[in-house]
Design a protein around this ligand. Structure first.
Ligand code: KG4
Ligand code: ZN
Length: 472
C-alpha cells in the first residue's frame, strides 16, 4: 500500500494542486513560471503507460485537467535543472538553464569495465555507478558554480535501461530533491536522446522525425508534440550499436574507447566493397530494423578470412590488419545502408502523416559516427529535409539531454512534487526498465515485426537468468 502522503502528493501533482506550505520552494518556482506564461488548453496523449505498481513517487507525472489547463509556453530562462543519467554504463550529470545554456556536463564512463568483461554486467555496472555518482553530481554543480539551493528541479532517467543502474540515479536524484525541496521530472532515456536536438537547433519545432540509434535501441519515431510519439519502426532483434560493439570485439579492437569509435576508425583503412554482406530485411517494405543476421554474416567472414582476433589489432600483421579493416568497412557500409533505406521510407511515411515535417533528427551514441552522419545527410537532403544531429558529446549518453528533457516537461507542468526528506534507501522507486516510446504505427506493422521475439537488452539477459535461477 502507498502511504497516504505519497498517494496524496501524486494526486496533487497530477492536478497541479501543490499549494501546500510544505512545498514552499516548489510552489515558488511553479508560481514564477505560471505567471510568465499564457493559459491555453493542453491536449495530452500519454507518453507513459499507466503504472499500477506501488512504487514510490515519479508517478505518471503531473498532468492537469483539460478544463483548468495551463500550458507554459514561455522560455522559462530562469529555470535551472540538474539532470542525472545512469541507465546503462555511463554515469552522467549536467546542469542546464531554461534557455538551453549548458552550465556544466560531467560523464564518468565504464568503458574500462566494458573492455575487460565484454559487456555490461548489471551488478558491476550498478557498483560502478554507486562509486562515482556523488562525485559526478558534485562536479556538475561545482562546474556550474551552483549549489543545490540554486536548482529549480531535478530530472532523472527512470527508463528504459537496467533497473539496478537506473536505481542509483533515481536514489541520488530523490535524495537531493527531498533534502532541498525540489520538484522532480522522470525522464525517458530515448525521448531525451531525441529532444536534446531541440536544445542545439532552436528552429526545430514539432512535428519532426527522429532516428534514435544506440547500444540497445533502434527507433524511428514521429514526434508530434512533447510526449506524443508515433513509433514508425524499431528493431526486431539487435540494435546497430550492439552490432558495432560485437564486430569490434570479434575483430580484436581496443574497446576502451568503446567498440563503435574503434570500428569507425579502422573502417577508414578498409575497402567497404570487399565483402558483400547482404542488407537486412530488404524484402520487408517497412521501417523496422534487424542487425542479428548481419552480426552472423560478420562472424562467418571473420572465420573464413582466418582473422587472428585473439591478437590485439595493435600487434596484428599488415595482412591481418588489412583483412580486419576490410571487414570493418564492409560491415559499416551495410549497417548504415540499412539505416538509409529505413530512413528513406520513414520520411515518406512521416510526410504522409504530417506534411509539415522539415527535420530528421539523428541521435543516440551511433549518431556520433561521421560516416553515419554523412550518409544520412545525403538521404535527408534528397528528400528536401534538414538533418539535425547533436554534437557527439550530446549523442552519446549524457546528463544534458536529461536536464533538457526535464526542462521541456517542467515548462508544461509535468513534474512530481519533492519526495519526502530522509526517504529510506530501500524504498521501492518507480523504475521503467522496459518502456516503449510512443504508440506503434499500426500501418507500419510488418510480418517481421509481429514475429519479433521479446526485445531484451543483451545485458538484461543475465539479470533475467539470475532471477530465474533464484526462483528455481
Ligand atoms: O546512446 P549510447 O551512448 O548508450 C545507449 O543508450 O546505449 O550509445 C552507445 C552505443 C554503443 O554501442 C557505442 O559503441 C555506439 O553507441 N557508438 C558508436 C560510436 N560512438 C558510440 N557507434 C559507431 N560509431 C561511433 N563513433
Ligand atoms: Zn543512450
Amino acid at each position: 500500500m502507498l502511504s497516504p502522503v505519497l498517494t496524496l502528493s501524486t494526486v496533487f501533482s497530477r492536478f497541479n494542486l501543490l499549494r501546500e506550505p510544505s512545498f514552499p520552494r516548489f510552489v515558488r518556482t511553479l508560481r514564477t513560471h505560471l505567471r510568465q506564461h499564457q493559459r491555453q488548453k493542453l491536449i495530452w496523449s500519454p507518453l507513459i503507460s499507466p503504472v499500477n505498481s506501488p512504487a514510490v513517487g515519479l508517478s505518471n507525472y503531473s498532468f492537469h485537467s483539460l478544463d483548468a489547463e495551463t500550458r507554459i509556453s514561455g522560455t522559462g530562462d530562469d529555470l535551472v535543472v540538474l539532470g542525472i543519467e545512469t541507465s546503462c554504463d555511463d554515469t552522467a550529470a549536467a546542469v542546464v538553464r531554461g534557455n538551453g545554456e549548458i552550465l556544466s556536463q560531467v560523464v564518468s564512463s565504464q568503458a574500462d569495465l566494458l573492455a575487460r568483461y565484454g559487456g555490461v554486467a548489471p551488478k558491476m555496472a550498478e557498483e560502478a555507478h554507486s562509486q562515482v555518482i556523488d562525485q559526478v553530481v558534485e562536479q556538475a554543480l561545482g562546474k556550474a558554480n551552483l549549489t543545490e539551493m540554486d536548482l529549480s528541479a531535478v530530472a532523472v532517467t527512470i527508463g528504459p535501461g537496467l533497473s539496478l543502474c537506473l536505481r542509483v540515479g533515481v536514489r541520488k536524484a530523490r535524495k537531493i530533491a527531498g533534502k532541498f525541496n525540489l520538484s522532480m521530472v522522470g525522464v525517458h532515456h530515448m525521448e531525451a536522446h531525441a529532444l536534446v536536438a531541440r536544445l542545439i537547433e532552436r528552429d526545430l519545432q514539432f512535428p519532426f522525425l527522429a532516428l534514435l540509434i544506440s547500444g540497445g535501441h533502434n527507433l524511428l519515431v514521429l514526434a508530434l508534440d512533447l510526449g506524443q510519439y508515433i513509433q514508425l519502426g524499431t528493431t526486431i532483434d539487435d540494435a546497430i550499436g550492439e552490432a558495432y560493439d560485437k564486430t569490434a570485439r570479434w575483430l580484436g579492437l581496443d574497446m576502451r574507447r568503446g567498440g563503435g569509435p574503434a570500428l569507425e576508425e579502422l573502417a577508414q583503412e578498409g575497402d567497404a566493397e570487399s565483402i558483400k554482406f547482404s542488407i537486412p530485411m530488404k524484402q520487408h517494405k517497412d521501417c523496422n530494423f534487424s542487425y542479428a543476421g548481419l552480426k552472423t554474416q560478420v562472424r562467418l567472414a571473420i572465420e573464413s578470412k582466418k582473422v587472428k582476433a585473439e591478437i590485439p589489432i595493435s600487434s596484428a600483421s599488415c595482412e591481418d590488419r588489412s583483412s580486419r579493416a576490410d571487414i570493418a568497412a564492409s560491415f559499416q557500409r551495410v549497417a548504415v545502408l540499412h539505416l538509409e533505406e529505413r530512413c528513406d521510407r520513414a520520411i515518406e511515411w512521416a510526410l504522409k502523416i504530417q506534411p509539415s515535417i522539415k527535420y530528421l533528427v539523428v541521435s543516440g551514441g551511433v549518431a556520433s559516427n561521421k560516416y553515419v552522419r554523412t550518409r544520412l545527410n545525403q538521404i535527408v537532403k534528397k528528400k528536401g529535409l534538414q538533418l539535425v544531429c547533436p554534437p557527439p558529446s550530446l549523442c552519446t549518453d549524457n546528463g544534458v539531454m536529461v536536464a533538457w528533457t526535464g526542462i521541456e516537461h517542467f515548462r508544461l507542468g509535468r513534474f512530481d512534487p519533492p519526495p519526502p526528506a530522509n526517504e529510506p534507501d530501500d524504498s521501492v522507486f518507480d523504475l521503467r526498465p522496459r518502456w516503449p516510446l510512443g504508440e506503434e504505427y499500426a500501418e507500419g506493422r510488418s510480418e517481421a515485426r509481429s514475429l519479433r521475439r521479446a526485445r531484451i537488452h543483451p545485458s538484461l539477459t543475465s539479470i533475467i537468468q539470475a532471477s530465474l535461477q533464484q526462483q528455481s
